[in-house]
Design a protein around this ligand. Structure first.
Ligand code: ZN
Length: 253
């Protein structure tokens, strides 16, 4: 927009300096800890036996496959129940694997989703972890580079300027934009998704696009965004009937 244009009613904000982007993440990702469960482990005096024993044990249950079999002190996970562990020891028939060396340990019952959760989990028991770099950047704030900030602020500003607008963008290209219509259900999101361009049959109309909204969407609009498979949603103002405050999206202030 050039300076010669007449002033609009909307107060112009220097978005780039004032903008504060707050990611809304699943509480499962923002939690610092992971739940734990108890398991039976056995201490082995002769560390050479560990390899032999592990070779003869059944795999850990599917839901606990993130756990390493051997703890930091060299003890080995045997079974969830004391009874099961005693039976296994009996079947092993190895004089060095004795029931009196069984102990109850606490192990993380789910695989950590974030580095913070991993740091907690590994204190309990050695655990596998595959960091998701995008989530880590959202959590530590480094996702918001200056070019990203500019990208978000310029599109969100356009959404405000067109009047309670909704804009879909992909690869920095405008796909569709709309303001509310006179129809009772003509919310800006519904109008916007209605004019998303056609794609190949295998793709949803909103696959991979970012949506910028002046206002937080209501339940109907949020569901539409889910159905159209948009990638991210940014909004400027919270609304009374908004449903994203506690969902996975990114919002603006
Ligand atoms: Zn709506």
């Amino acid at each position: 927009m050039t300076q010669e244009e007449p002033a609009k009613k909307i107060r112009k904000i220097d978005f780039c300096s004032e903008i504060k982007v707050i990611p809304i993440l699943d509480p499962k990702l923002t939690a610092n800890t992971v739940p734990s469960t108890s398991y039976q482990a056995i201490s082995l005096d002769n560390k050479k036996v560990i390899g032999q024993i592990i070779g003869r044990l059944k795999e850990l249950p599917e839901r606990l496959q993130h756990l390493k079999r051997v703890g930091k002190d060299g003890s080995v996970l045997i079974s969830e129940s004391r009874e099961g562990a005693e039976k296994i020891i009996d079947e092993l028939g190895n004089g060095e694997v004795r029931v009196e060396n069984l102990k109850t340990v606490q192990v993380p019952s789910i695989k950590p989703s974030t580095r913070r959760q991993f740091d907690y989990a590994k204190q309990l028991w050695p655990t596998g972890f595959h960091p998701d770099h995008e989530i880590e950047r959202l959590l530590d704030g480094t996702f918001l580079t200056s070019s990203h900030r500019e990208y978000i602020s310029s599109w969100i500003q356009k959404a405000i300027e067109i009047g309670n607008g909704s804009i879909a963008v992909q690869d920095s290209v405008l796909l569709s934009s709309a303001s509310p219509s006179a129809h009772p259900l003509g919310h800006s999101v519904m109008e916007m998704v209605g004019s998303l361009p056609k794609r190949s049959e295998s793709e949803y109309l909103g696959t991979g696009c970012d949506v910028f909204l002046a206002n937080e969407p209501c339940a109907m609009c949020a569901m539409a965004l889910v159905h159209f498979r948009v990638k991210r949603v940014f909004y400027a103002c919270e609304s009374k009937n908004g449903v994203l405050k506690e969902a996975s999206a990114a919002r603006f202030r």
